[in-house]
Design a protein around this ligand. Structure first.
Ligand SMILES: Cc1cc2nc3c(=O)[nH]c(=O)nc-3n(C[C@H](O)[C@H](O)[C@H](O)COP(=O)(O)OP(=O)(O)OC[C@H]3O[C@@H](n4cnc5c(N)ncnc54)[C@H](O)[C@@H]3O)c2cc1C
Length: 467
């Protein structure tokens, strides 16, 4: 029997897709930037089927790549171009297994869409804090496998901080049931951590036990105009302190980001009357009776008196809050619409050095690439900035690829000077693999290779990603 016949027998032919029309949406990422050609798409319906698929692929030495919502930004879940890889789609593993509103935990299958998990928690008067622009499409298994970050990291941490336990199918088909809902467990090595952020290279995440929190009863969101990125970053520590450590989001946006969004979407308008060099989108939330609004107003009043905030608007309704967030969250899509080929980065440096880092890179880009257009924004409360670069009107199309590479090298070199990271949250995938391997210390590389060969000795899973 061929591997495809075996898989069709395991899954039923309707869940093994092979025709070009059926596999198309799994063969490229959401932007269409990366495209591959899968041998087939396997759509198992439960953990046992995932295990059978993996066992069969292991026996047949068949390469396979897991795929969640396919919103990853580093070309990890898209199949290879050679037509040799099977895509393992987790989309049918989409059940919420248990929700415990007393113990504040929830166990969900990996194909659950993040927004569904958020909504389900809210329905139980609980809160699952992971939130990112792709939440309507990305899956919990993808969030675990990329150790996703997003807008609420400064208060609740990255995905790694929100996971209590995992169920994982190993490359040879064995199932590891690590689905603990315990908050305290010091028995042996914490194995779940090696699968979080592994980008599908070590195993298939099939279910996740998550931490929940009380549902916020008040949320205050404001958009602030500030004179510079340095002021925005200086204001962060004060906002954290003065707002009783209840700050849940602190996003920086430079003016070109707002112009890009306003030019791209006619229905998004500037809530402030005058343009400023930079903006902060700040959110604070609480689940108890503490009144947030007067604290926020007092903080803004002082900051305005001192000239740190030039102007600001506080969202007066949920609709207005959504409108503010659209400016930030539609930015990723706006960049693709305006410039399908551009430099997208996701670097981090120690938070205290971020203003200096941005100023240095601004100066270097202006000197070396005066025609290019930096689009600078990010979760700066975490030291994370997306320093993206779009081609300008005069950039010759033929030079674009090499010039963007040079820009990227400049950014990575500056980030390294601050002991920063070339990937704060998107991961390595294929796109950053060579830059990652170049800088990885020998000891770290050999430990990672050791883990990979222990779990996947044939190297069949997610070939050519990360390592
Ligand atoms: C508009 C937009 C905004 C974004 N904002 C953020 C942000 O703020 N923060 C952030 O961190 N990311 C962000 N991202 C990136 C992306 O949404 C995240 O990386 C997300 O976690 C990917 O989830 P996914 O289900 O789409 O995974 P996919 O793209 O399908 O896969 C991502 C990687 O995980 C692997 N994988 C997927 N599922 C599994 C599984 N069950 N088991 C093992 N491996 C698996 C894949 O092989 C691949 O390597 C954004 C993306 C978009 C499009």
């Amino acid at each position: 029997m061929t591997i495809l016949e075996t898989l069709a027998e395991i899954l039923g032919p309707q869940h093994l897709l092979t025709s070009e029309a059926d596999v198309r949406r799994y063969a490229q990422d959401w932007t269409g930037e990366w495209q591959g050609r899968p041998l087939a798409v396997a759509r198992p319906g439960d953990t046992a089927e995932v295990a059978s698929v993996m066992r069969a692929c292991h026996a047949a030495r068949q390469p396979i790549v897991p795929q969640g919502g396919n919103t990853g930004l580093v070309d990890g879940g898209v199949p290879s171009k050679d037509g040799g890889e099977i895509v393992l789609s987790l989309e049918r593993l989409n059940h919420i297994r248990v929700i415990d509103a007393t113990g504040f935990t929830m166990t969900v299958e990996s194909g659950c869409i993040l927004q569904t998990v958020i909504d389900r928690a809210l329905a139980e008067d609980c809160f699952f804090p992971l939130s990112l622009g792709a939440r309507g499409s990305c899956q919990i298994g993808g969030n675990v496998s990329t150790n996703a970050g997003g807008i609420n990291v400064l208060r609740w941490g990255m995905m790694r901080d929100l996971v209590l336990g995992l169920e994982v199918v190993l490359p040879d088909g064995r199932i590891w049931d690590g689905l603990s809902a315990l908050r305290k467990d010091n028995t042996g090595y914490d194995l779940k951590q090696i699968f979080i952020g592994a980008e599908g290279t070590l195993g298939i995440v099939t279910a996740v036990s998550l931490k929940l929190f009380p549902r916020p009863s008040q949320i205050q969101t404001c958009l602030l105009a500030v004179p510079s990125a340095a002021v925005a970053l200086g204001l962060f520590g004060r906002a954290r302190r003065d707002l009783c450590d209840l700050l849940s989001a602190y996003e920086l946006l430079t003016r070109p980001c707002l112009d890009l969004v306003f030019d791209t979407y006619a229905d998004i308008r500037d809530p402030l009357s005058e343009a400023a060099p930079c903006y902060v989108l700040l959110e604070t939330s609480v689940s108890g009776a503490l009144d947030l609004r007067p604290r926020l107003e007092a903080f803004l009043e002082t900051a305005m008196e001192e000239g740190l905030v030039l102007d600001g608007a506080i969202a007066e309704s949920e609709a207005q809050r959504t409108a503010f967030w659209r400016i930030r969250e539609d930015l990723v899509d706006a960049q693709y619409r305006v410039a399908p080929v551009h430099l997208r980065t996701d670097v981090s440096v120690p938070q205290a050095a971020l203003a200096e880092f941005i100023a240095e890179v601004d100066a270097a880009v202006a000197a070396q690439f005066p025609d290019m257009k930096p689009i600078v924004y990010g979760h700066v409360g975490d030291g994370n900035v997306h320093y993206n670069v779009l081609p300008g009107e005069t950039t010759p199309a033929g030079d674009l690829g090499p010039r963007l590479k040079e820009c990227e090298a400049l950014l990575f070199e500056r980030a390294a000077a601050y002991r920063g990271s070339i990937s704060a949250e998107h991961g390595i995938g294929r796109t950053k693999r060579s830059s990652f391997l170049k800088t990885l210390p020998e000891v770290e590389l050999s430990l990672m290779r050791g883990l990979k060969s222990l779990l996947d000795p044939q190297g069949l899973l997610a070939q050519g990603r990360v390592l």
